[in-house]
Design a protein around this ligand. Structure first.
Ligand SMILES: Cc1cc2nc3c(=O)[nH]c(=O)nc-3n(C[C@H](O)[C@H](O)[C@H](O)COP(=O)(O)OP(=O)(O)OC[C@H]3O[C@@H](n4cnc5c(N)ncnc54)[C@H](O)[C@@H]3O)c2cc1C
Length: 411
């Protein structure tokens, strides 16, 4: 495919998080020049996402990233639901045991900072990719045949950058979305989530612990996941809810963190804590993902609670879908508006029917307070894990296999 190196034909990507990085690589694979800008001086050591579901793993393979992912990440073929009140395992879901398993029958726990660092290193060796850091988007002008981005450099000076399209991959507080005046519909949960990274090995709790564990508890549910960590020796992530209005000092003091973990898993001696972070949690979707030559992908277009590990995955699915459509428009002369409208229809469907619905259901399942409803939800999970068709359908929803397929099938 012929390379296009004219600045007016390149795609400007705002935000070098996992979604902007994947989009940049996917466009480069299709011979489209890109300019990737980010306000930060270097890739962020962002410890949010760590789970890649099977459709995403297939995309990583398509991008030539799977080998690095397997080397740096952790393969998790099984996930567990547990009752924190009784310590009983309620359900075991095993991807390789599905009647029709996906090509990659596992979740790949590959931390998002490792994904972005791996991609950025590849883009830096690619003449068709330009990366400008300490470059913050502040304004956008759309013209008949392009987009002009106004940016502010690290030294406070301003510059303009031209491109054929501009894609906002600039996260939940997206400047691109705000400048385009696109509504971000949905709601914010009253409680925040706290994430604690520790080196303590929770498999000592027993064989009911896998790499991926969802503990239901009406008072304090817990998500407990293992990742490889920076040095590959293993890092556990414990995510649990806070009470609405609890002040940061009360939640983040070393004693409060210690007490939270000791309550979950009593042990001798203090926990070795690596990082702690508090997150506001939202369920929101942009009214549209395309407005003329300005497009949205990833958290800029949708945000959801992290139970189930779907936000980054959904954003990567956006990026791959959009890269194919921009390729048809820029290389094959396809009409832009209908294709980009279809991008919004497809990826909004994946959000509305899949990610948003599933992540809300996940949270309600783990935190249900009504004893009867809670008992019923746990019984449903147990029944699903023991019934082959329901077991498989549960995994297809939890691992975004259904939401991806439904989006692709949308006209
Ligand atoms: C505790 C937790 C756990 C999670 N776990 C998972 C998981 O396991 N799996 C999963 O799929 N998702 C998970 N998520 C969600 C996931 O982290 C996000 O969906 C993901 O980071 C979104 O990626 P992004 O590239 O769209 O945005 P971001 O990662 O937010 O990146 C946005 C980038 O844009 C840059 N930027 C912003 N504004 C500008 C500007 N004006 N100009 C230039 N640059 C700008 C920022 O510096 C940043 O680099 C989790 C979230 C949390 C809170």
């Amino acid at each position: 495919m012929a390379e296009k190196d004219n600045a007016s034909e390149r795609v400007i990507i705002v935000g070098a998080g996992p979604v902007g990085s994947v989009l940049a690589l996917a466009l480069r694979q299709r011979g489209i020049p890109i300019l990737l800008i980010d306000q930060l001086a270097a890739p962020e050591r962002d410890c949010r996402a760590a789970s890649c579901h099977p459709p995403t793993i297939a995309m990583l393979e398509q991008l030539g990233l799977l080998e690095a992912g397997l080397e740096q990440g952790l393969v998790s073929p099984v996930f567990h639901y547990l009752d924190r009140v009784t310590s009983e395992r309620i359900g075991r879901f095993a991807l390789p045991e599905m009647q029709a398993p996906p090509a990659h029958p596992y979740v790949l726990q590959w931390e998002q900072y490792k994904i972005t660092e791996t991609i950025e290193a590849r883009l830096r060796d690619d003449a068709g990719a330009e990366i400008q850091r300490e470059t913050t988007l502040v304004d956008i002008t759309q013209t008949q045949d392009g987009v002009i981005a106004t940016v502010e450099r690290g030294d406070g000076s301003r510059d303009t950058l031209a491109g054929a399209y501009l894609v906002g991959c600039d996260g939940g507080r997206s400047t691109v979305r705000k400048l385009a005046g696109i509504a971000f519909e949905g709601f914010t949960w009253p409680e925040r989530f706290i994430k604690i990274d520790t080196r303590h090995d929770f498999t000592t709790l027993g064989s009911h612990i896998s790499n991926r564990n969802y503990f239901s508890d009406p008072d304090e549910w817990m998500n407990l996941f293992m990742a490889r960590g920076e040095d590959g020796s293993g890092m556990w992530r414990a995510v649990s809810p806070t009470l609405p209005d609890q002040p940061d000092e009360e939640l983040l003091s070393p004693d409060a963190i210690e007490a939270r973990l000791q309550k979950f898993c009593p042990k001798q001696g203090r926990y070795e804590i690596v990082t702690v972070a508090l997150y506001n949690v939202h369920q929101r979707i942009a009214a549209t993902f395309n407005q003329g030559r300005v497009l949205l992908a990833g958290d800029a277009a949708h945000v959801n609670n992290p139970i189930g590990g779907m936000g980054m995955n959904g954003g990567i699915h956006d990026a791959m879908n959009l890269a194919a459509k921009l390729d048809s428009i820029l290389h094959d002369g396809a009409a832009a508006q209908p294709l980009l409208d279809r991008y919004t229809r497809q990826r909004r469907k994946a959000q509305v029917d899949g990610v948003q619905a599933q992540s809300i259901a996940n949270k309600q399942m783990l935190g249900e307070k009504d004893p009867e409803i809670r008992a019923q939800k746990l019984a449903d999970v147990r029944h699903a894990s023991q019934t082959p068709e329901l077991h498989d359908a549960f995994i297809r929803r939890a691992c975004m296999i259904d939401s991806f397929a439904a989006a692709e099938a949308t006209e």
